[in-house]
Design a protein around this ligand. Structure first.
Ligand code: NAP
Length: 245
C-alpha cells in the first residue's frame, strides 16, 4: 500500500523534527524543509530511515513564494501526493515595540505568517485534486494572549490563527481539515537562549510547573492529522501546561 506523505517546514530541528519523527513512526514518508547550510542531512536521513521513512530534504526559505511552489512540485514528483502539511518554520526577533526595528518586524511576519501562506497556497490545489488533506499550522499561545517584547511574533502567530480558521471554512467542503497548535514554552533552541532566572520565572507561571517537550507538541500535531480527529477543524489547541485557559 502507498505510504502517506507529510511535508513539514522547519523539520530539521526542535518541534518540527519531533513532528517528522512522529509521522515516520506512524508509517509516513517525509518531505523535510529547512533553510540553514549547516544542517546535518546525513544524520537526519539515517534517523528517519531507521524509523522506516523515505525522506526528501528540501532547502528552501519559506519566504520565497516561487521556491515554495518548486518544493511542492518536487514533493509530488518524488511521492505523488501530499497528505499532510505542517507549517512549522518560525523565528523570533524579540524586543519591546519602542526598540523594535522595522526589519525585525518584517522578518518575523515574512517567515512565520507569509511563509505559512506561501506553503498553504501551493499545497491546497494538490489537496483539492486529491479530494483530501490535513493542514496543521504551528501558532503560539502568545498569538492568543500577547506577550510584552514580542509584538512582531505575537502578530504573526495571531495572524496564523485567523488564517487557520478562514481556511477551515473555505476548505471543509473539499475534505481538507485545517487546525492550529499553540504551544506554550517548549524546550528547543528557541527557548534555550533564555536566561536561567527567566526560565524559572516562566516555570512558576505554568500550572504544570515545567516547559513542554517537542514530543508533547508532536503528539497533538499527529492527532490533528490522524482520523482520530476527523470531526475537528478550525480549532486552536493549546499545548502549554495550562498556562492559558
Ligand atoms: P527552532 O528549534 O528554532 O527551529 C526552527 C525551525 O524553523 C528550524 O528547522 C529552521 O530551519 C526553520 N526555519 C527558520 N526560518 C526558516 C525559513 N525562512 N525557511 C524555512 N525554514 C526555516 O524552533 P522551535 O522551537 O522548534 O519552533 C518551531 C515552531 O514552533 C515555530 O513556528 C515557533 O514559533 C513555534 N513555537 C515554539 C515555541 C517554543 O517554546 N519553542 C513556542 C510556541 C511556538 P534550520 O534548521 O534550517 O535553521
Amino acid at each position: 500500500m502507498d505510504k502517506k506523505v507529510a511535508l513539514i517546514t522547519g523539520g530539521s530541528r526542535g518541534i518540527g523534527k519531533k513532528v517528522a519523527e512522529e509521522f515516520a513512526k506512524n508509517g509516513y514518508n517525509l518531505v523535510i524543509n529547512y533553510v540553514s547550510d549547516n544542517t546535518n542531512l546525513e544524520g537526519l536521513e539515517k534517523e528517519f530511515k531507521n524509523l522506516g521513512a523515505k525522506v526528501l530534504f528540501i532547502k528552501t526559505d519559506v519566504t520565497n513564494y516561487e521556491a515554495c511552489g518548486e518544493m511542492v512540485n518536487k514533493a509530488i514528483e518524488t511521492f505523488g501526493k501530499i497528505d499532510v502539511l505542517v507549517n512549522n518554520a518560525g523565528i523570533t526577533k524579540d524586543s519591546l515595540l519602542i526598540r523594535m526595528k522595522e526589519e525585525d518586524f518584517d522578518k518575523v511576519i515574512n517567515i512565520n505568517l507569509k511563509g505559512t501562506f506561501n506553503m498553504t497556497k501551493n499545497v491546497v490545489p494538490v489537496m483539492i485534486k486529491q479530494k483530501e488533506g490535513k493542514i496543521i499550522n504551528i501558532s503560539s499561545v502568545v498569538g492568543v494572549v500577547g506577550n510584552a517584547g514580542q509584538a512582531n511574533y505575537a502578530a504573526s502567530k495571531a495572524g496564523i490563527i485567523g488564517f487557520t480558521k478562514t481556511l477551515a471554512k473555505e476548505l471543509a467542503s473539499r475534505n481538507i481539515r485545517v487546525n492550529a497548535v499553540a504551544p506554550g514554552f517548549i524546550q528547543t533552541d528557541m527557548t534555550d537562549v533564555l536566561k536561567d532566572n527567566v526560565k524559572e520565572n516562566i516555570n512558576n507561571q505554568i500550572p504544570l510547573k515545567r516547559m513542554g517537550t517537542p514530543q508533547e507538541v508532536a503528539n497533538v500535531v499527529y492527532f490533528l492529522a490522524d482520523d482520530l480527529s476527523s470531526y475537528i477543524t478550525g480549532q486552536v489547541i493549546n499545548v502549554d501546561g495550562g498556562m492559558v485557559m
